[in-house]
Design a protein around this ligand. Structure first.
Ligand code: ASP
Length: 331
């Protein structure tokens, strides 16, 4: 009896020591913080993007990354890092989000954005807004200051107006380049299919936040809404698995519940972030439609591992972590 008690004691002490060692190792393995952003996926002029244009995109990504990086490195929270990085990209007319958004069939800009907090699965989104300068901030407001997850159109504007969010005329978003695109109806030009922005960050507290912002698809009509403001399709975050932001042919990302599926593969099948992302982007999406289900994702898992995957020619992306890793890429 005594001996079996002793063995039981040894057994449980062993387990205790092992679990302590495991969690310490895990903590040591996870970088203090990590951040990844995207600037859209697409054919990118079939590889013929000019060096100048590429450099401009890279500079903007670098700037947005640095803003988020600084917040995280100074002990700030992923929610603030993600919002700040996306706001900068919404201000940048090169991207199809905020200023510089593609135009609808009636020549307006209608913006979609979403944000999700992996700590409590709280989420916020706006769809089809025309006057909120930073749709990502409106999405955050929906998350933090309303009992809802998504607000659309006029109602979303009305809600945004109740706070200090900056409102602008719709003209503010419309750049000459987009007007030119609209007037020449160059929808068929593959090169125009890109520019949505997204960001995922994990902070020192292990909190993952994911967010996406877009003008949607060129010449969209009837109040079309894509995947970007849909939690589980274009954006998803869960501290138990990962955070994901997507870009691409939205209808297929909705049908494939892309962002949530990546997290689900990790949760239910124990897959690594990269394997899960590749499975969805390179197998599941093409199985829905080999030609049309195109795009990509950026992601971070709970251990701060960076993941991205795309089935297009390129995806603008940049990432950094507290261990000194920093990369910007396209193809
Ligand atoms: N996913 C976006 C949408 O369908 C567009 C994009 O990412 O380029 O609205």
């Amino acid at each position: 009896m005594k001996k079996s008690l002793y063995l039981l004691f040894v057994f449980f002490t062993g387990i205790l020591i092992q679990s302590c060692t495991n969690s310490t190792a895990q903590e040591q393995n996870r970088p203090d913080w990590a951040i990844i952003i995207h600037g859209g996926a697409g054919p990118f002029w079939n590889g013929n993007i000019t060096e100048e244009k590429k450099a401009n995109f890279f500079n903007s990504l670098d700037e947005a990354l640095s803003v988020g990086q600084e917040i995280l490195a100074n002990g700030g929270e992923s929610i603030d890092a993600v919002e700040a990085a996306i706001k900068l990209l919404e201000d940048d007319p090169q991207f199809n989000a905020g200023k510089g958004a593609v135009l609808t069939s009636i020549g307006t800009a209608e913006l979609d954005a979403s944000i999700m907090n992996g700590a409590d699965l709280n989420s916020g989104a706006v769809a089809g807004v025309r006057n909120v300068k930073h749709p990502i901030s409106a999405a955050r407001l929906v998350m933090e200051a309303s009992p809802h997850v998504m607000l659309a159109g006029a109602g979303a504007e009305e809600f945004a107006a109740t706070s200090k969010l900056e409102l602008v005329e719709n003209d503010y978003f419309i750049t000459e380049a987009r007007l030119n695109q609209f007037e020449n109806r160059v929808a068929a030009l593959e090169k125009e299919k890109m520019g949505t922005v997204g960001c995922v960050a994990i902070d020192q507290f292990g909190n993952i936040v994911a967010a996406t912002s877009t003008g949607g698809t060129f010449m969209k009509k009837w109040g079309r809404v894509g995947d970007s403001p849909i939690i589980g399709a274009g954006t998803y975050a869960n501290n138990a698995s990962c955070g994901v932001s997507a870009t691409g042919a939205g209808e297929f990302f909705i049908r494939g519940t892309v962002a949530r599926d990546i997290a689900a593969l990790m949760e239910y099948k124990n897959m690594s972030l990269q394997d899960a992302a590749d499975e969805i982007i390179h197998s599941k999406l093409p199985a829905i439609d080999k030609e049309k289900a195109v795009g990509g994702i950026i992601a971070l898992d709970k251990d701060g591992n960076i993941g991205f995957s795309f089935n297009t020619k390129g995806m603008l992306r940049a990432y950094a972590n507290s261990e000194g890793i920093k990369e910007i890429g396209l193809y």
